[in-house]
Structures are given as structure tokens and as C-alpha cells.
Design a protein around this ligand. Structure first.
Ligand SMILES: C[S@@+](CC[C@H](N)C(=O)[O-])C[C@H]1O[C@@H](n2cnc3c(N)ncnc32)[C@H](O)[C@@H]1O
Length: 345
């Protein structure tokens, strides 16, 4: 993405990226972004460092809180082991092939509207952001608070000539993006690692344009039971029982393997949720339920239409879908479910 020259000879950075504290536009001056009221943010190796704590404007005595401590703990965790990381043999073609094999990414690639603004919040090492930038004509933003993760995503894009993606260091509770600027906001496997999943959801939902979509992936209470059992086994018998984890039977680089084991078995902060909770959050924030993975009723088709409205089902039907996760790949690989909502208005 190119910065645009404005008529006053300052360089306006990107109309969708704003000061996380004041929401003001940012201009680029050398290696710094500057807001109109003079706040300055570094750009390190092409990555704008726009992370701020939630209490950024507070006095020093109020700066530390249990909430910011959780955020810092999780940030340190991912700085140490960026997730999911890359295989050493990953190139654009291997990586597009692998992503195409996973139905969700392929369906997204084919169904995201043309020229959409797409934001992946908690992009980690940026696989999905890079994949969407490489295979669609969207303008993609990969946002995460861990610089080590963003750096891997940014370097991969640069090495492989992927354009149309911008990685931005972000605290999702203080997002440096213009409200209602995104056609699609994706946050997969992220919000349950914050101090308050619903608050995190509300924060990122504000970035969706009216008529745009939010795609949220969370651990499920029931669907994650297989991982819960394995976690207990790891505590009792050590990592020798990890052969039970289907994901670890894949061909993974040592970095990817370490990132997965830490993320699944040693995470300092995670919660689990239900489909009904997310359906309720949609209702409370002006979103309409559109679809889910797994589906609430019926089989998920290889050519499923992600953005066409499906029946949200009853509470009991949703629980049945969650029980079904236990006996499918969803339950084997961490128990994530995805819900897609459309912003009304
Ligand atoms: C399990 S990883 C998921 C990565 C990616 N979405 C995926 O599916 O592979 C969770 C990511 O969320 C990010 N994250 C957690 N809390 C965050 C916050 N408050 N602001 C921004 N990113 C956050 C972490 O840094 C981490 O990279």
C-alpha cells in the first residue's frame, strides 16, 4: 500500500489507520507517525508500533491495573513464541496450497467482496492476512500486539512479493483503526485470550462498516473437551502423551511445534464460550447472525456460502452442534468454532 501525498506536502499515512488514543489521522515523517495533536509513534522495519495500554492517558499511579497486567502477560507469551509461525519450507505456493486445503480460508478467499477492507485482529504471524492479500484484491490489515509475530508475517510478505497487506502493532482494546472502516473483521482464536472476551468483541465490532461482517473464532466449552483431557494428561505424564494430539502428527517446523504446544497446553489466559453466547453478543451490538462453522443444523458443504444467512437455531440445536464438534476435526484440533455476523444499520 502506498502512502499518499497531501496538498500541504505532508505524507498522510493511511486513511484507515489512526491514533489509538485520540482517533486522529496520522502523518508519516521519516520513521515516525505523528497525530495532529502531536502524539508520536515509531515505525520499526515497516511496522507501525501503535500499541498503547488502555489507560494510556492516565496518571502514572493509575497505569497498572489487573487488566493491563493480563494483556502484558499474554503479549510476553506470544513475543516469546510467535503463533502459529512458519515452516522453513513455506513459500507462497506451498502456503496457499495448505490454506486452500483448509476449507475456511478457501471459502473466505472466494467470497470476500471485491476491493474490501479486511482487518485480521490478532493475526499472530499473519498466515491468513498474507493468504488473503496474496489471493484476493482486498486491502488487508494484520493487527497484533506481538511485534515478533508481526515481523514474521511482514518478512514473509516482503520475501514473497505479497502486496496489499499492512501489519500494525495494536492493542485490540485501543484499536488504531477508524471506526466503521472495515468490510470484514476477522478475529480467530484471539478474544478468549484477553481479560474479557465480550469487551474485546465489542471493541473490534466497532470497526465493522454497516453492512459489513465480523468473523469470530472462539474456543468452545464442549468442543475443547478433548484438548482439556490431553492437558490433564500432559500435567500427569509429561509431554510423552502429546502423540495423542492430531495436530502434532503433521509435518511441522520446530518453531511451529513449540508454538502449538505452548498455545494449547501452557497458555496463561484462556476462556471457553458457547455459540449461544456469541449469538446473544451479535443481538446486543447490532449484528445479525449469518452463519457458523460448524453449522448449527446440517452438514458443512465444501462450497458453503459463508455470507448467506442461515438459521441460528435454538439454544438446544446449538448445544447439539457443539457436542458434534467432539467427534469431528473441530474437537480434535483445539475446539474452535466460528460465528459470522452482519452489522445492520
Ligand atoms: C492463538 S493466537 C491466534 C493467531 C491467529 N489468529 C491464528 O489463528 O493463527 C492469538 C493472538 O492474539 C493476539 N492478541 C491477544 N490479545 C491481544 C490484544 N489485546 N491485542 C492484540 N492482539 C492480541 C496474540 O498476540 C496472538 O498473536
Amino acid at each position: 500500500m502506498k502512502e499518499q501525498d497531501d496538498p500541504n506536502n505532508t505524507v498522510s499515512f493511511d486513511e484507515n489507520v489512526v491514533c489509538p488514543v485520540t482517533g486522529e489521522e496520522l502523518t508519516l515523517s521519516g520513521e515516525e507517525l505523528i497525530s495532529s495533536s502531536g502524539r508520536r509513534y515509531a515505525v520499526a522495519d515497516g511496522i507501525p508500533l501503535l500499541y498503547v495500554d488502555e489507560n494510556a492517558g492516565a496518571s502514572a499511579s493509575k497505569k497498572s491495573s489487573p487488566e493491563t497486567e493480563v494483556t502484558h502477560t499474554v503479549q510476553d507469551f506470544y513475543e516469546d513464541a510467535p503463533f502459529p509461525n512458519y515452516n522453513t519450507f513455506d513459500s507462497v505456493s506451498t502456503f496457499v496450497r495448505q490454506a486452500d486445503a483448509g476449507i475456511f480460508a478457501r471459502l473466505l478467499r472466494n467470497q470476500i467482496p471485491l476491493n474490501a477492507n479486511v482487518l485480521e485482529v490478532g493475526c499472530g504471524t499473519g498466515q491468513l492476512s498474507n493468504y488473503l492479500a496474496a489471493t484476493t484484491v482486498s486491502r488487508v490489515y494484520g493487527a497484533d500486539m506481538a511485534v515478533a509475530s508481526l515481523q514474521l508475517g511482514h518478512d514473509f510478505a516482503r520475501r514473497n512479493g505479497i502486496e496489499g497487506v499492512r501489519f500494525v502493532q495494536t492493542n485490540l482494546f485501543m484499536p488504531p483503526f477508524r471506526p466503521e472502516s472495515m468490510d470484514v473483521v476477522i478475529s480467530n482464536g484471539v478474544l478468549h485470550h484477553t481479560y474479557d472476551t465480550k469487551k474485546a468483541f465489542v471493541s473490534v465490532s466497532r470497526l465493522v462498516k454497516p453492512g459489513g461482517h465480523i468473523i469470530v473464532g472462539l474456543y468452545n466449552h464442549i468442543g475443547r473437551l478433548r484438548t482439556d483431557v490431553r492437558r490433564v494428561l500432559v500435567r500427569c505424564f509429561g509431554e510423552r502423551v502429546l502423540f495423542l494430539d492430531p495436530h502434532l502428527r503433521k509435518d511441522l517446523s520446530p518453531e511451529k511445534r513449540r508454538a502449538w504446544i505452548r498455545d494449547q497446553y501452557y497458555h496463561p489466559q484462556e476462556r471457553k464460550h458457547s455459540m449461544s453466547e456469541v449469538v446473544n453478543w451479535f443481538g446486543e451490538t447490532g449484528f445479525r447472525f449469518i452463519s457458523s462453522i460448524p453449522k448449527i443444523s446440517g452438514e458443512f458443504d465444501r462450497d458453503e456460502k459463508l455470507f448467506e444467512p442461515q438459521n441460528p437455531g435454538t439454544h438446544v440445536e446449538r448445544i447439539m452442534a457443539e457436542v458434534g464438534m467432539l467427534f469431528s476435526q473441530y474437537g480434535g484440533e483445539g475446539g474452535l468454532f466460528i460465528c459470522i455476523g452482519k452489522k445492520m444499520g
